[in-house]
Design a protein around this ligand. Structure first.
Ligand SMILES: *[C@@H]1O[C@H](CO)[C@@H](O)[C@H](O)[C@H]1NC(C)=O
Ligand SMILES: *[C@@H]1O[C@H](CO)[C@@H](O)[C@H](O)[C@H]1NC(C)=O
Ligand SMILES: *[C@@H]1O[C@H](CO)[C@@H](O)[C@H](O)[C@H]1NC(C)=O
Ligand SMILES: *[C@@H]1O[C@H](CO)[C@@H](O)[C@H](O)[C@H]1NC(C)=O
Ligand SMILES: *[C@@H]1O[C@H](CO)[C@@H](O)[C@H](O)[C@H]1NC(C)=O
Length: 290
């Protein structure tokens, strides 16, 4: 008897409402859980002279010009972001690693004289998370499904990794499963992926214990990396038949429901402006530089 265990990876809801603005910029809502790494794309072709700035709740957090890259130089910024911020000085893309609840808010891009996309980011805690990862334990020999119920492919690309070994890449109608040599060595013929991006590892072994990561890129607007720690225990499924994992799993589902998974939608700028109330961040007017 082969037991199949399904792990719902907290990607519970994925709503998509596209609503571009008249000036060609978009407003994107991003909902993630604590511990995720989130990259917000500028979607611009940068000229060398372009200045790129990111604002958080209307206060500047990064500034790139042709000679330098400044990240989080103010005290309040260091307090909220510590060393979480990274900016690609070529594209201007902003990454917030190990995101926390205090990083929820409105991120806005400004480049040279123009406004770029606005991202409304909301971060929920997840009770199942231990440290920065969602942690699971499975029994040797069982199948495990890391499921991403994201509906009908609202993502551009979904990539699965095991300790940095590329396991699977799903995009459009194509799935590349375990094409990498290191992956073949470890998981040969034991992986399956779904149209929805769910990944199944069959006949698990102790060596399957480790860190799994999924990266999802959505509408070329942003991407999310989420980590899971999976432990395969030595007991065979038969030895543990009758032991219910419902308790653990139930708690996890509650966490998943509370977190609300990841969803995003575009909404009109008026909504964001209205909701854009300041808290600890000192006010700084969005500037037009040139
Ligand atoms: C960058 O450095 C060059 C050479 O020193 C200087 O001419 C230019 O004004 C600088 N640009 C900015 C934005 O400071
Ligand atoms: C961009 O980053 C690279 C690598 O970190 C660095 O070598 C380069 O000088 C940076 N360019 C600017 C303009 O800051
Ligand atoms: C940023 O703005 C959001 C609302 O848009 C607010 O909930 C959040 O507390 C603000 N964060 C900080 C650190 O000011
Ligand atoms: C695959 O997708 C279907 C729906 O398309 C879903 O019912 C199923 O649970 C998914 N997962 C696996 C591992 O088959
Ligand atoms: C990226 O920019 C192009 C050209 O400005 C625009 O047509 C496209 O809609 C943008 N995509 C996103 C996701 O913002």
């Amino acid at each position: 008897m082969l037991k199949n265990k399904v792990i719902v990876c907290v990607f519970a809801v994925f709503a998509l409402i596209v609503h571009g603005k008249s000036d060609g910029t978009d407003e994107v809502s991003v909902s993630v859980i604590e511990g995720d790494s989130v990259t917000l794309y500028t979607n611009i072709t940068r000229n060398k002279q372009d200045r790129i700035k990111w604002y958080f709740n209307n206060s500047r957090i990064t500034h790139i010009d042709e000679n330098q890259t400044n990240i989080c130089t103010d005290e309040w910024c260091k307090e909220i972001f510590r060393d979480k911020l990274k900016v690609d000085n070529r594209t201007g893309d902003l990454t917030i690693t190990n995101i926390r609840n205090t990083n929820s808010g409105v991120y806005q891009l400004k480049f040279s004289r123009r406004s770029g996309n606005i991202f409304s980011v909301s971060v929920s805690g997840v009770s199942a998370a231990e440290g920065d990862q969602v942690t699971f334990s499975v029994k040797k020999g069982e199948s495990v499904t890391l499921e991403t119920p994201v509906g009908k492919k609202p993502f551009d690309v979904m990539t699965w990794y095991f300790n940095d070994i590329l396991m699977a890449e799903i995009s459009g109608d194509q799935s590349k499963i375990c094409t990498d040599d290191q992956c073949k060595e470890r998981f040969r013929d034991r992986l399956k992926v779904n149209q929805t991006g769910s990944l199944t590892i069959m006949d698990t072994r102790n060596t399957d214990s480790g860190e799994y990561k999924v990266e999802i890129t959505i509408s070329n607007s942003f991407s999310i990396i989420r980590s899971f720690s999976v432990t395969v225990t030595g007991l065979s499924p038969a030895a543990v038949a009758g032991i219910s994992f419902a308790a653990v799993f139930g708690a996890l589902l509650v966490g998943a429901a509370a977190a609300g998974g990841i969803y995003y939608h575009y909404k009109s700028s008026r909504n964001v402006d209205k909701d854009n109330n300041m808290h600890r961040v000192p006010y700084e007017v969005l500037e037009n530089d040139g």
